[in-house]
Design a protein around this ligand. Sequence first.
Ligand code: DGL
Length: 271
Amino acid sequence: MEKNNTAPIGVFDSGVGGLTVAREIMRQLPEENVVYFGDTARVPYGSKSKNNIIRFSRQIIHFLRTKKVKAIVIACNTASALALDTVQKEFDIPIIGVIIPGARAAVSETRNGKIGVLGTEATIKSETYTKVIRSLKADAEVVGKPCPLFVPLVEEGFAKHRITEEVIDIYLADMKKTDIDTMILGCTHYPLLRSRIMEYFGEKVHIVNPAYETAMDLKAILKERNIANHSGEPGTYDFYVSDAAEKFTRFADSILPYDVTKTKQINIEEY
Ligand code: DGL
């Protein structure tokens, strides 16, 4: 029996970066309605403790549940690394993160078993990518590197600026000397630097954006549970943030292939 099918998908991130994942969900599942929440008042998560990241994730899931979501995608790598296991046990709807799909894509791509992971301090320190990669390929070698400055560079619109080229070189020169053949962009903002990072490494390194595989996983879960939306209508999208709604709207409008005209601000601490 079909139920719940037109209910939206909840997607959340610490801020604007998760729009790279939402964009992929909208592309692969065009009939699904999406409610996106960006925790712009408390970003960045990458420098926060596990306890706080779990607390923030719980509050956001409580908020998304008020929108009657049928499934949740944690688009934030940091929250996926530190909070996914906990919240999956606490809530009774499907919740997926970006790390398992990203790790799986990298393992299927690598030829020599040497995989680089770029992420926030918290994501790299948690070693979640390393653990998941090794659970899929026990002899994989994983080289992780936190690149915290990439986040403000993207948010300031500096993706194509020469300063970004320099920061890429500072962070990634050591990794360039290794013989990794696959690299995971393990932070929501980094896909917006994808072409710069690809240029830097050249063709020998395959770049993985977990967003693509995450949207595929979501599609499979909706199908398996018989809750996919087959309305024949294009999905509707609602955006919520905890602060700076106008700035968010401008950013969303610039990276999504749709007009984003409105973002609502809520007090996430109430949830
Ligand atoms: N969304 C975060 C992630 O993917 C990056 C920004 C932050 O530090 O909150 O890890």
